[in-house]
Design a protein around this ligand. Structure first.
Ligand code: NAI
Length: 329
């Protein structure tokens, strides 16, 4: 199993690579960055595992030979490359820089390893995932069941903040967020936990999860956004993917995926899938990628309303990503 981290020298990339270094399902961990990852790779290589570790860096601004070598025979590719937010910025403000970075990396992925699972961290996820899809479509190698935007951090935050309210932290899979990965497009789904909370607590919890990224951006005072918690979130998601590929087990995850052609268990989800091309949903993963969209269970009226409310913003951000690729041709 070969896993490639594109953007491995950044705040997320380094921490994520550390967590992946001890994953026994990975035979080869490849670090790629425009800043030479030799130091990070050498440092990690002293952690004893049988895993092989390799590093690549472009030889010049226009060189993609090293990226091609990095991606050769990859099974899983994760992209945390790009710039993070500073105080006062929205994720959408990152679009101009990160859109090109993601498009360029995905173009080479499409040429070298289009069958690999591709997981995108770079923001704004609501647009960078559609950018990847549109780029791959233009290369006739789009496999929608293997393209993911990682939204796991929103679910991690929901689990933690719910724990702070209830004293129960073992709620993974019982609560999660759906929709997108910015502001009001993030929709927490609380399942039966909603019965343990007052309406005010639910309102506060939903709002905190939606804007938790700002808490970190402000606390870091201009030195970046969430890196440690994001690396933990990405590691959780990638462990799920690796298990699905390596063991053939069906694994449940939540991710921002192309929902237009997926099978879905419940009719609310099916209805919503006709209105939006990409959506963060609970999914069953198999060795070939997403097998189906799972049921959202019984949603409250507020949760249904929040999902409907998220759709216009989400559709606009998805369209912005697709337009960027079309206009760059
Ligand atoms: P960072 O600035 O610390 O690291 C980014 C890395 O990408 C740097 O090492 C940089 O050299 C590298 N890079 C830039 N262009 C590249 C290219 N063309 N090829 C390869 N590497 C390249 O940023 P950080 O904090 O690690 O964040 C990375 C991205 O993740 C940002 O866009 C941020 O907004 C996003 N993010 C996403 C979250 C999510 O929930 N999906 C949560 C937190 C951050």
């Amino acid at each position: 199993m070969k896993l490639v981290v594109l953007g491995a020298c950044g705040g997320i990339g380094q921490t994520l690579s550390l967590l992946l270094r001890t994953n026994a399902l990975i035979d080869e961990l490849v670090l790629y960055d425009v800043v030479d990852p030799v130091g990070v790779a050498t440092d990690l290589s002293h952690i004893p595992t049988r895993q092989k570790i390799r590093h690549f860096c472009p030889l010049s601004k226009t060189d993609d030979s090293q990226l091609r070598m990095a991606l050769q025979d990859a099974n899983v590719v994760v992209i945390p490359a790009g710039i993070p937010r500073k105080p006062g910025m929205s994720r959408d403000d990152l679009f101009n820089i990160n859109a090109s970075i993601v498009q360029q990396l995905v173009k080479v992925y499409g040429e070298i390893c289009p069958e690999a699972f591709l997981a995108i961290i770079s923001n704004p996820v609501n647009s960078t995932v559609p950018i990847a899809a549109e780029q791959l479509r233009s290369q006739n190698c789009f496999h929608p069941e293997r393209l993911f935007g990682i939204t796991t951090l929103d679910s991690l935050r929901l689990e933690q903040f719910l724990g702070e309210l209830t004293g129960e932290w073992d709620v993974q899979g019982q609560v999660y967020t759906v929709g997108g990965h910015s502001g009001e497009t993030i929709v927490p789904v609380l399942g039966n936990w909603r019965l343990r909370l007052s309406p005010e607590q639910i309102k506060g919890l939903v709002n905190r999860v939606r804007y938790a990224g700002d808490e970190v951006v402000q606390a870091k005072q201009g030195k970046g956004s969430a890196t440690l918690s994001m690396a933990a979130a990405a590691n959780r998601f990638l462990c799920g993917i690796l298990r699905a590929i390596c063991t053939g087990e069906t694994v449940d995850e939540v991710a921002f995926v192309n929902v237009s052609r997926l099978k879905a268990d419940d009719c609310f989800v099916r209805e919503m899938m006709h209105k939006v091309e990409f959506f963060g949903v609970p999914i069953s993963l198999g060795p070939e990628g997403v097998a189906k969209v799972k049921s959202l269970g019984s949603l409250s009226a507020d949760e249904k309303e929040a999902i409907s409310h998220s759709l216009p913003t989400l559709c606009a951000q998805i369209a912005k990503g697709a337009r960027f690729v079309k206009e760059s041709k």
